[in-house]
Design a protein around this ligand. Sequence first.
Ligand code: ADP
Length: 699
Amino acid sequence: MTTRVPDFLQGGGEMGALMRAHDWSRSSLGAPADWPQSLRTVVRLMLNTGHPMYIWWGPELACLYNDAYRESIGPERHPESLGRPAREVWAEIWPIIGPQIEHVMSGRGATWHVDQLVPITRHGRLDDVYWTYSYSPIDDDASPGGIGGVLVVCTETTKQVQVAQQLTLERDRLAQLITERTHAFDAMRASEARFRAALKAGRLGYWETDLVARTRTWSDEAMALFGLSRPDRKGKVGGPDDEFVAAIHPDDRHLVAHYLELAQQLDTFAADYRVVRSDGTTLWLSGRGAVTARGAEGEPLRLISVMADVSEQRQAEQLLAVERERLRLALSAGHMGAYELDIASDTLWWSPETYALFGVTPATFKPTRESVIGLLDPEDRPGFAKRRRLAINEHQPFFDEFRLRRPDGSRVWIGYRGQAEYDPQGRPVRTFGVVMDITERKKAEQVLRDAGREKDDFIATLSHELRNPLAPIRNAVNVLQHLPPDDARVAWCRDVIGRQTAQMARLLDDLLDVSRLTRGKVTLRVQRLDAATMIARAIEIAQPVIDGAGHELLVDLPEQSVQVQGDLTRLAQVFSNVLINSAKYTPPGGTIAVRAFARDAALVVKVRDTGIGIAEEHIDRIFDMFGQVESASSHAQGGQGIGLSLARRLVELHGGTIEARSEGVGKGSEFEIRLPLARSGGDDAPTAQPAVVGQEREA
Ligand code: ADP
């Protein structure tokens, strides 16, 4: 059977072709030639538009659609659904569209749906498909109610809806992001506030230096440190306007170039310098510089500097250094050293002075308990170790003295004061203390001991000396009592008494002089004296002793008068003392030579004898008080060791010197006395001119 294709089915692409080829006889629509006019019109419209259109027609609502609709219904319905009843084709979504179709078919008018979700299965999966569509009635007089079908003009808006949804999502996310950002910003502001507070608390400041633009950007805190106020926070790098360099203390300015050099090589480096602020105060700053950008050659382009005010620490350090220096000076002035011994590790620390005390250096000597003990005099080692151990055990401070044998052979006395520290169980943890050189004290103690002994010897000798003249005196007095006054023996008694009392008087005078000299209470009756007169007076005093020993006396005086300023009696006492000594310490029949001359504004008097001489080691001692030489004092003529001591003090009171020389025991002695010459042209009068020298003058 050939059917003529009606005009309204012409065109229409694939769907047109399908509709033309379709066997309509088996559908509820029947042959297209019999389709009512209104349906034909709408079908023609549908097939000839690019817009997706769909038609449900007749009581079964047979499905018709165009090419534009194919994609939307998927292979599940295309092309099989053509002409088939809507209820079967769209069973899946009938609950949604069924009522809407019913609404139109029952004459209640068209419907309009925007972005309606109508999920359908296509391409094998259930898609959330969105549509914007209208269901419009298609009139047909022959149909009940005058409505033959429904025209669906429809656009799938899944993409737009999805985009819109995406957009909403994005917007929500954006909103979320903004909220988060705001929170982050708030947090950052809070953190920045904390950062600023921290900078302030730490008296820290930072700035950035742009070495290319030659500018500097200051933080408020850094400006406060440098005493700068710049509203724009900008500064200049280099040149006369460089506010940074200008603020640096002149003595530290050279460091600026140094830091720039460091920045060439290091990414971060330490910096320390002083700044002088506009108010005149000086701050010590300490911190770091960090290179934040480098050029192609590695040259620094930008740096960040962070500096803190460390003035207080520096002052404390300086104070500490001064204290340390003081302690060091005190230790070295007191010839003292400090030590500390950690008992657990058995490590010994010594202050630098301690090395010097022990005569070693840190380079050549490592102080340990053993090495230090090794320097002690072997005799002192056991006692020291024992006493130290005992003191530590008894929790007592420890004082001791020992002798050292230094590596260079010298010997010193060391005083040692130590103490231990204990743990809660009472075990010693460390000991510490000071050591000091007490050699001088030890020497002084020895001198004192010697002096004490000498004094004892002296008193013993003196008692003898004072007793000796007493016996002949008493004897003479006894004799006198039994003699008539005109007896010739009376003269002998007078002689004995006279001689012996004179000796006692001399002895006592010497003793009194010594005590006066010691107390600085000697008065000189100073006058211009002729050397010859003075020496003659001394010889006169010494002559009996010289003659008594049968010595020859040679005297060589200057031809012209040589004059000195002095006390005649005292100076005659000095010279007679020396002459009597020569007589005493020269075996009988010796020679004593006195020679006087002027030289270098001084009167020089030399007294030389051929006597027993003085051993070299005794030369210095003979001028000391009671400074007798043992072998000499045992000599019959020995005295009390007062004469030379007295002589030296008297000569020194006159501004002169006295020295002894001897080539040794048995080789004679020579005493040389020098006195300043009286100034010429002054008072020539030889008359006595009393003057007072010594402490009495001030009194
Ligand atoms: P002394 O009363 O013992 O003589 P001095 O002070 O005068 O006291 O002398 C001190 C010591 O010096 C003497 O004990 C003696 O040992 C020694 N001395 C002094 N003069 C001479 C001398 N010319 N020759 C040798 N020894 C001397």
